[in-house]
Design a protein around this ligand. Structure first.
Ligand code: SF4
Length: 330
């Protein structure tokens, strides 16, 4: 009996990656969807993983989460060879990185080739024809990457040459229209899928601004990813970062983080949990206490004792949130 052909797929959770996987599964090939967890894939990792499992089950693929947070931050995020998209998204380098890792993982899973849901000319940066070529060169996976949605518009790949995949059953989709993808989704009953960027926070304008502000003031490591996801962010006059939660859910999220660079502090009355950078000066800490109080029910005419680490600050909230908002990261 001949050996079962297997493919590893770059699985973002977006519709294109799902359809690309399904097209290959339809050819009786086993598909393992690799979700590369950069830490920026969405606000809640648990919810994301539940979604990925559900949708992978739906199309009959296996799911494997690959944690690349440290490697992505150290090697890709701040020094992409091909620059950034509209926001802080280094898509060409990020794709090439995922393909490079997928290629290295082929032997571990006994897999033969790699699938990607990229579509020629669909998105401005990573999916133009020349960008696909750059991804291939950068990842050194020439010929092993099959893009089932646009395959008929692209040079023949090794899996097609070897007859593992029938090129005739692949597609020739190009451009930004999503019409053909929608038809296929309907045909296969794929309904609750994510947006094309798969919820990547690096494509979000506001998140990108917070990230830019962060690196202008501080070194960046993976602990900062979670801090950037939650709360209102302030940059105080002497350079410290302050985060003030917006609601009960964010209080819980911030409380659950394991932090080495920040001091969490609560208020002497019901209100938000806040984080201040450990290196903050006393002046910034005092201001942080005032700002945090401003987001509670504290009375501006009263003074309150706020404990930050071992230090006690006696302050009043601002009269209005507008004064606190002056320090917003924008
Ligand atoms: S959208 Fe995010 S995850 Fe997707 S390629 Fe771009 S940077 Fe990478």
């Amino acid at each position: 009996m001949s050996k079962k052909i297997k493919a590893l797929a770059l699985f973002s959770g977006g519709l294109d990656s799902l359809l690309a996987m399904k097209l290959i599964i339809e050819q009786s090939i086993e598909v393992i969807g690799l979700y590369f967890d950069t830490g920026f894939g969405g606000k809640s990792e648990e919810k994301k993983q539940e979604y990925l499992q559900r949708i992978a089950d739906k199309i009959g693929a296996k799911l494997q989460i690959v944690n690349i947070k440290d490697q992505f931050v150290q090697e890709i995020l701040f020094d992409p060879k091909y620059g950034y998209g509209k926001n802080f998204n280094p898509c060409i380098d990020c794709h090439a990185n995922m393909i490079r890792i997928a290629k290295a993982l082929l032997p571990r899973y006994g897999a033969h080739f790699i699938i990607s849901g990229e579509v020629v000319g669909q998105r401005p940066m990573s999916q133009r024809f020349d960008a696909l070529k750059k991804v291939e060169t950068l990842s050194s996976a020439d010929g092993l990457i099959l893009r089932p949605l646009s395959a008929k518009l692209l040079p023949i790949t090794i899996p097609e040459q070897k007859g593992w995949v029938d090129r005739e059953k692949l597609l020739d989709i190009s451009g930004r229209s999503r019409e053909k993808q929608m038809e296929l989704a309907k045909k296969w009953g794929i309904e609750d899928y994510e947006s094309p960027a798969g919820g990547c926070l690096l494509t979000d304008e506001h998140f990108s601004l917070k990230l830019k502000d962060h690196i202008a003031h501080d070194s960046f490591d993976t602990e900062d990813i979670d801090v950037l996801k939650w709360g209102r962010h302030f940059r105080l006059p002497q350079g410290a970062k302050l985060v003030v939660s917006r609601n009960k859910e964010e209080n819980e999220k911030l409380k659950a983080l394991s932090l080495s660079k920040y001091i969490p502090f609560a208020l002497p009355l019901p209100g938000p949990l806040s984080l201040i950078h450990k290196k903050a000066t006393q002046a910034d800490k005092e201001l942080a206490a005032r700002i945090a109080l401003t987001y509670s029910k504290a009375d501006p005419k009263e003074r309150y004792q706020v404990k930050i680490g071992d230090e006690l600050y006696e302050v009043s909230p601002f009269e209005s949130k507008k004064e606190a908002q002056e320090y917003f990261v924008r």
